[in-house]
Design a protein around this ligand. Structure first.
Ligand code: ADP
Ligand code: MG
Length: 681
């Protein structure tokens, strides 16, 4: 017998009428009812009044000491009675419970739950029961379900309890034993019993942990099994560059890869060598060293006889990458080209020709890179950032040109987009979990505008020691023109304040050539202080810059602030971030606090989420982010990732598709219509 096919009507106490009402909650079978989890618990555990604070809700064991007094006001009533608990004599008060009056006989024991008013020695009772009639709630944590209509909380508790008595023994395990052991999970039967009826909150937590893991694991299993059977992915490029070749390049880098980078590199190379089409997300905090991973992947593509494209959001970044990749690739005879909106005329024509003939191996550029008139000899890898997440459209453009490249998407913001991506499961995820060794944490300070002269002193000291600084101008959303004017004003006043240094200016209205020139000067330390709008936000890498100053910092969002701060702390010198702000709003203040509390991007994202609320992150239901019964996408994110790995590796095992050990899971997939009949034993 299978509780997933037994009607809920078989639970005693569920009449035809009640059954119909349960349908409204999505409860049709016994299994549905058992999986109708409480969303919180009420604490009816017995306590002593001497340990209870004034105004707290408490459950106590008491004895009736006096005769009850009933007052009626129309339909309403108030019932009072003197009782004693421990050494405390007090008045218990019930509202609209006149029918209790006859049961309140002096000397009788009663268990009272209610709000304790110490000063007036009285309790407003919300629940009471008599031990001599059998105790239901008292002494325990009681589940609180989402109920409504004619289904009351008490009825739901009783009915779920009854279902557990009748069918609890029939709850099957669904997770494979090794996973249960790996995470020390409660057996399913036990967990479902305890999620409804925990003996204490630790046990409730344990039960929840088990069901959260199960829910997320089954969800991921569906996605991964679906994907494993999706043969469309089989037509990717099988890269042939061997380990020795790649290692030679890695050894020539100016630093040793971190363990995290090595792990991620292997994941990517494995994908690239497989006949499947890679669709992988690389996430890592700012400064964790994503770009060099991209370089290794591009190198492997070229050494396999193909071409690579690197798509970036800004021209400044494109130029930076061309510079650094050229330096890395030159010794190997790999050529790097630049293609942006400002590469025009003759230069553009030459580049397009060279790409088509395969004379350029790697091309870096903005989004236009893979569009209409661009042709490759053999494009096999596209590296891009999350803002340009490589969609189905781009893929089909390239397919029309005869390419089906591997795709590597990089991101520095783990939440929210990564969350959604992980949830959708259309990408594999690699994570750079550590920053390169020897990095000093970035010290962050929040100062008010009236301390500007001290900030200027700080700038001079850093520059005198040979370092460089950024000064980010406030951003005025309504008007780019005002933005630019602001930047210019600030540039002029900084030039006056620091006659001994060269101050540079960077903003969106400058021509590409002007931008390129000032960035070149900044890279070369010919400019020491760069006044800029947020155009330096993404990716810019000048390791000698150690000071980031952000004007009106409270006007920026947290993830943007964190990105800006990530421009420093990229070399061996101690770095600083100074936030200048007089926030008027509470949110602005909280942002400054988060920034000075932590420089861990995951933590910043978590607190950002808390500030904004998940609705804001996901755009609620429209986002298509799945809703779970018990798991929480935000707080259970780490579990989601574990479950994803477990599901992926299980689906990759031959035994999963054949061994009887996994038949409950295969049956589940069949019920969910991921599998068709032929795969089931
Ligand atoms: P991200 O793109 O993740 O923000 P980058 O790839 O720009 O970070 O790397 C930040 C800086 O750290 C760069 O200057 C890069 O050369 C350097 N870097 C990367 N990996 C390492 C490493 N393993 N050891 C030391 N420095 C590294
Ligand atoms: Mg491949």
């Amino acid at each position: 017998m299978d509780i997933s096919t037994i009607s809920v009507k078989q639970v005693s106490g569920v009449s035809a009428l009640k059954e119909g009402e349960l349908h409204a909650f999505g409860v049709f079978t016994v299994q549905d009812l058992l999986e109708y989890y409480p969303f919180r618990y009420e604490d009816y555990r017995l306590r002593s009044l001497s340990e209870v604070k004034d105004g707290e809700k408490v459950t106590v064991q008491a004895k009736i000491m006096g005769l009850p007094v009933l007052q009626r006001y129309g339909k309403k009533s108030r019932l009072t009675c003197k009782v004693m608990a421990d050494e405390w004599m007090f008045t218990a008060t019930w509202f609209n419970r006149h029918f209790l009056k006859d049961q309140l006989t002096p000397g009788r024991e009663i268990t009272l739950t209610g709000k304790w008013d110490q000063r007036r020695a009285q309790m407003t009772v919300s629940d009471s029961e008599f031990p001599d009639k059998g105790v239901i709630r008292s002494g325990s944590l009681q589940p609180v379900y989402s109920v409504g209509g004619n289904i009351t909380q008490a009825w739901m508790r009783k009915t779920v309890g009854q279902a557990l008595v009748q069918f609890g023994e029939m709850i099957p395990e669904i997770l494979p034993e090794d996973l249960v052991r790996k995470y020390e999970l409660m057996p399913r039967k036990h967990a479902i019993l305890r999620i409804h009826q925990p003996q204490d909150s630790e046990e409730g937590q344990e039960a929840r942990k088990r069901m959260v893991y199960e829910e997320l694991f089954l969800f991921q299993l569906k996605l991964q099994a679906y994907r494993a059977m999706n043969h469309e992915r089989m037509d990717g490029v099988q890269h042939t560059a061997d380990n020795a070749t790649v290692r030679e390049f890695v050894r020539s880098l100016p630093f040793e890869l971190t363990d995290a980078q090595k792990k991620v590199e292997l994941e990517i190379l494995k994908d690239m060598r497989s006949p499947f089409c890679m669709n992988r997300l690389l996430q890592g905090d700012v400064g964790s060293g994503k770009t060099v991973i991209a370089a290794v992947a591009l190198y492997a593509a070229v050494k396999s006889g193909h071409q690579g494209a690197f798509m970036v959001p800004t021209e400044i970044l494109a130029e930076q990458h061309v510079r650094s990749l050229t330096k890395l690739f030159e010794p190997y005879g790999i050529t790097v080209g630049l293609l942006t909106g400002s590469v025009t005329g003759r230069r553009r024509k030459d580049l397009l020709g060279a790409l088509q003939m395969g004379l350029v191996d790697v091309v870096v550029g903005t989004h236009a890179l893979i569009q209409e008139e661009v042709y490759f000899r053999s494009l096999s890898l596209v590296v891009t950032d999350e803002q340009h997440r490589f969609g189905v459209n781009q893929r089909s453009i390239l397919r029309r040109k005869g390419f089906n490249p591997d795709v590597l998407t990089m991101t520095a913001t783990p939440i929210p987009r990564t969350l959604a991506i992980t949830a959708f499961g259309d990408m594999d995820v690699s994570t750079l979990s550590e920053r390169p060794k020897g990095r000093k944490p970035i010290s962050s300070y929040w100062v008010k505008h009236d301390k500007m002269d001290r900030v200027l002193g700080f700038i001079s000291r850093e520059i005198e020691q040979g370092r460089q600084a950024y000064l980010i101008c406030p951003l005025i959303e309504e008007s780019e023109k005002l933005d630019v004017q602001n930047a210019i004003d600030l540039y002029v006043s900084m030039s006056q304040a620091f006659p001994d240094f060269k101050v540079g200016l960077l903003h969106g209205r400058m021509t590409a050539a002007e931008k390129e020139e000032v960035m070149r000067e900044f890279y070369a330390n010919e400019v020491q202080l760069l006044v800029s709008t947020t155009v330096v936000e993404v990716g810019v890498d000048v390791p000698n810059a150690t000071l980031m100053i952000i004007m009106d910092a409270d006007r920026f969002g947290l993830s943007q602030l964190h990105q800006l701060r990530g421009r420093v702390g990229r070399g061996e010198h101690a770095s600083y971030c100074v936030l200048i702000a007089d926030p008027k709003s509470e949110v602005g203040q909280e942002r400054m606090k988060v920034m000075t509390d932590t420089d861990d991007g995951f933590e910043v994202a978590r607190r950002d989420l808390a500030l904004r609320g998940p609705g804001d992150f996901f755009g609620t239901k429209q986002s298509g982010v799945p809703e779970f019964r018990i798991a929480d996408m935000v707080s259970d994110f780490a579990v989601l990732e574990e479950a994803r790995e477990d599901a992926a590796s299980l689906v990759g095992e031959e035994a999963f598709w054949t061994s009887p050990v996994y038949s409950p899971l295969r049956h589940y997939l069949q019920r969910e219509q991921v599998l068709q009949g032929e795969l089931i034993d």
